[in-house]
Design a protein around this ligand. Sequence first.
Ligand SMILES: C[S@@+](CC[C@H](N)C(=O)[O-])C[C@H]1O[C@@H](n2cnc3c(N)ncnc32)[C@H](O)[C@@H]1O
Length: 77
Amino acid sequence: MEKLRVMELFGGIGSATQAFKKTKIPFEIVDYIEIDEFAVRSYNAMNNTNFEPQDITKWNKDIEVDFIMHGSPLSRF
Ligand SMILES: C[S@@+](CC[C@H](N)C(=O)[O-])C[C@H]1O[C@@H](n2cnc3c(N)ncnc32)[C@H](O)[C@@H]1O
């Protein structure tokens, strides 16, 4: 079975990724966008990944995703 290509926006420590793991659906996180470096460090530690902090307002990648999940801040986006 092919893995679902998932992207997490405003990922924080990655509660959406943790929840997705419980679905047992094979997936890979193709990108994770979070500006706070400490949250990114936590996410990487929990998911064995190597993401860098990224600002969504500057994000400009050309990638294919099947599923986007997010929990954006209410006031700005
Ligand atoms: C409501 S919280 C999401 C929490 C996340 N679902 C979790 O499990 O930790 C919103 C997140 O958006 C991040 N954020 C705010 N502005 C951002 C920006 N310009 N680019 C990327 N992330 C941003 C904040 O640092 C914060 O972690």
